[in-house]
Design a binder for this molecule. Sequence first.
Ligand SMILES: [Zn+2]
Length: 159
Amino acid sequence: MSRIHSRDTKPELIVRRYLFSRGLRFRVNVKRLPGHPDIVLTKYNALIEVRGCFWHRHPGCKVATTPKSHVKFWKEKFRRNVKRDALHEEQWAEEGWRVFIVWECELKPSVRTATLDNLYDGIVADATARPAAYGEGEDDGAGMLEAAEDPLEINHENN
Ligand SMILES: [Zn+2]
């Protein structure tokens, strides 16, 4: 379990680095939200999950294989992962978050730019229609230091 949601996995860093370079500021691994979403942009009422295709079973993806041995074990493990992801998505939607899922394979070099540009456009698209103060109220600023941190800085925990 800890490997699935371990902090600062490389694909997540790619996304964070990009968003930061486009001027967006965010929090990471927000503990008070269900499932501790990877990236939260309070200003845009958006959250992003960066998912590994194998563990989280990207539908139709060639990376989402099932190992040949201990098949029952793997299937049960995958089933739980998918179920948990679906539950979190439901909870986030109920809280009014706009949820963006980025699959790891969508970050491979040949498609990375398109994926990230689409993500950025999706995040900021709705934002202009909102009252200026929307979503700012609950932000107590406690995460601002973290949000302003250099996204390239890698957590020193070994994982
Ligand atoms: Zn995939």
